[in-house]
Design a protein around this ligand. Structure first.
Ligand SMILES: *[C@@H]1O[C@H](CO)[C@@H](O)[C@H](O)[C@H]1NC(C)=O
Ligand SMILES: *[C@@H]1O[C@H](CO)[C@@H](O)[C@H](O)[C@H]1NC(C)=O
Ligand SMILES: *[C@@H]1O[C@H](CO)[C@@H](O)[C@H](O)[C@H]1NC(C)=O
Ligand SMILES: *[C@@H]1O[C@H](CO)[C@@H](O)[C@H](O)[C@H]1NC(C)=O
Ligand SMILES: *[C@@H]1O[C@H](CO)[C@@H](O)[C@H](O)[C@H]1NC(C)=O
Ligand SMILES: *[C@@H]1O[C@H](CO)[C@@H](O)[C@H](O)[C@H]1NC(C)=O
Ligand SMILES: *[C@@H]1O[C@H](CO)[C@@H](O)[C@H](O)[C@H]1NC(C)=O
Length: 353
């Protein structure tokens, strides 16, 4: 039996006197949520999710790539926050990295269609999109693409433009209602116009990004109250190559690790000691480095166990023609292709992380 969104358990117990047992049974149809029974009854705002930084920026031997595997594999392995950068290219919304000349991950429409296919096959999972609106496009343009990809009806409409972490529904509620896609937009969000494109910074604060040294939990960007809103840690390490920041893939095993200096586990501990709560979102590069350590960190933060039924994807080594370059973060191994990319970045005079 499926609960209609207007027929809540409270309403049902009014309609059917003495039906308390019935309404409790109907409280959550889903019995496993994001892989765990314990998460069904937990507020979305009290869960730690692993996110893929520049989820669409997939490739090897490309300094503008942040991931080895495509979004479908990311989701299969346990990524539940998908961060993308949206650009206006020839009046299409295209997923590019800083510039569409550097890395073009295809259209948002194509990307969202892949997300929808995965979500249709995994009806007990809540997925979050974080769209960096690089060209400040109007929400109506994103709405058109969401409709075209068929994910507008999967999207969660919050009751207000901004909510404290404690104001969010449980995963079970989102799953039961079929509104399992939560989308944050970095700029131009307009609650009156498209309520499911949720303003990021009045709901979520972020720690510093493009870190090349030590991660901390300081409040870097917000337009809300950091003491009550959810928060995202930017846990991807960059290295400076020829003066420009690029993902430090050689350090990714250690960066993504459960413990150790500058590891993901260490940053989470630091946040817990700073704020007495874990981060809601942890954005990482090359998530599969560490062999599932990023998911282990999330499981520990959530107080659940991490038992993958099949091993996650394995790191794809960078190309074999390696040469050495000395960057500020030490000696790094890189490829002639990526040096070519670094040069094109310098010509474009931009950072690519
Ligand atoms: C779910 O949470 C509600 C209140 O938040 C609580 O009353 C109920 O016992 C919980 N159910 C389970 C199965 O944990
Ligand atoms: C995504 O990657 C998987 C391998 O990890 C591959 O089987 C699949 O075809 C890819 N999907 C697309 C749309 O390229
Ligand atoms: C997108 O870019 C095209 C040029 O490629 C321009 O004509 C159009 O006005 C832009 N759209 C928006 C909404 O900025
Ligand atoms: C936020 O982080 C960026 C990049 O690390 C830095 O340039 C900026 O100064 C920081 N802003 C604040 C307010 O901390
Ligand atoms: C990362 O760890 C894997 C083992 O899990 C190892 O095969 C690989 O060489 C390591 N990569 C780097 C760049 O250290
Ligand atoms: C969820 O709440 C528990 C109990 O207060 C807390 O330990 C944990 O850090 C919270 N997690 C998040 C992501 O808020
Ligand atoms: C990675 O973890 C899986 C368990 O998820 C384990 O079976 C496998 O041996 C590990 N691989 C490496 C290289 O450590």
């Amino acid at each position: 039996m499926r609960l209609s969104s207007t027929l809540t358990p409270a309403v049902l117990s009014l309609l059917v006197p003495g039906s308390l047992a019935l309404s409790v049974n109907l409280q959550s149809r889903a019995t496993t949520c994001n892989g765990s029974p314990d998460l069904c009854n937990r507020s979305y705002g009290n869960i730690t999710f692993v996110g893929a930084h520049d989820s669409y920026a997939v490739g090897i031997n490309n300094l503008a790539a942040n991931q080895d595997y495509n979004v479908t594999q990311q989701l299969t392995d346990g990524i539940r926050l998908l961060q993308v950068q949206a650009h206006n290219l020839s009046s299409d919304i295209q997923l590019c990295h800083t510039s569409c000349d550097l890395l073009n991950g295809g259209t948002l429409d194509n990307y969202l269609s892949q997300v929808k296919t995965w979500m249709d096959g995994n009806p007990n999972d809540v997925v979050t999109m974080l769209i960096v609106n690089s060209d400040n496009l109007d929400p109506s343009l994103f709405d058109q693409v969401y409709k075209s990809a068929g994910v507008d009806t999967l999207s969660y409409n919050p009751p207000a433009a901004s909510m404290p972490a404690t104001g969010w529904p449980t995963l079970g509620t989102l799953i039961d209602a079929g509104t399992r896609l939560v989308t944050f937009l970095s700029t131009t969000a307009n609650f009156a116009e498209v309520p499911y494109l949720i303003d990021e910074f009045s709901n979520v604060f972020e720690t510093p990004f493009d870190v090349t040294t030590t991660f901390d939990c300081s409040v870097n960007r917000t337009s809300g109250d950091p003491t009550t809103q959810m928060f995202l840690i930017n846990h991807f390490l960059d290295q400076v190559i020829l003066g420009f920041a690029a993902p430090f893939v050689e350090e990714a095993n250690a960066t993504n690790a459960v413990s150790g200096s500058n590891s993901l586990g260490e940053q989470v501990q630091l946040c817990v000691s700073d704020y007495n709560r874990s981060p809601n979102f942890m954005l990482v590069d090359f998530y599969e480095y560490g062999n599932g350590s990023v998911f282990q960190v999330a499981a520990s933060a959530n107080g659940v166990s991490y038992n993958p039924t099949t091993p996650i994807a394995t790191p794809i080594p960078q190309g074999s023609q390696t040469s050495s370059a000395s960057g500020s973060a030490g000696t790094v191994s890189t490829t002639s292709t990526s040096i070519g990319f670094a040069l094109s970045v310098i010509i474009g005079a931009m950072s690519i992380s």
